[in-house]
Write a protein that binds this ligand. Structure first.
Ligand code: AMP
Ligand code: ZN
Length: 131
């Protein structure tokens, strides 16, 4: 994809602080981090949302996170936890599939905000989902 900034990063046309890469994926530093060590994991292939991703990729990504990235973040940055998140279309600024790996620290103030007033009754939502 010619205009995709993450494809450009993969091709080396844009710089990145790469932490890990192999033939399937790349992990690099988020240029606008929420916490110290906020990383992005992306497939080398241009795919957009979770609907495009196959199970082999997820399985490989999980293995890299479990065996390399999370241990690295714990050891080098002393994080207390890791939040793994991923936006699909809504809230997705870059339309190249990416997983946020956000190390967590005491009092980092990272939170999702949400509009409680717009929420439907939980029973109503449940009925929509199961009927
Ligand atoms: P999202 O809102 O889930 O699409 O997240 C996109 C993320 O990509 C944002 O957190 C940006 O800070 C990050 N980002 C955008 N451009 C770059 C770049 N050139 N290098 C590293 N991270 C980037
Ligand atoms: Zn791309």
């Amino acid at each position: 994809m010619e205009d995709c900034i993450f494809c450009k990063i993969i091709k080396g046309e844009l710089p990145s602080y790469t932490i890990y890469e192999d033939e399937i994926l790349k992990v690099f530093m988020n240029i606008d981090p929420s916490t110290n060590g906020h990383l992005l994991l992306i497939p080398k292939k241009h795919l957009v949302t979770v609907l495009d991703i196959d199970q082999n990729f997820i399985s490989h990504a999980l293995e890299i996170i479990q065996k390399k990235i999370y241990p690295l973040l714990k050891e080098k940055l002393n994080c207390e936890g890791l939040t793994i998140s991923q936006n699909n279309f809504y809230g997705q600024e870059v339309k190249h599939f990416h997983i946020h790996l956000t190390p967590r620290y005491q009092e980092d103030l990272v939170e999702f905000s949400y509009n409680k007033e717009k929420l439907l009754d939980i029973e109503e939502v449940y009925q929509k989902l199961v009927n």
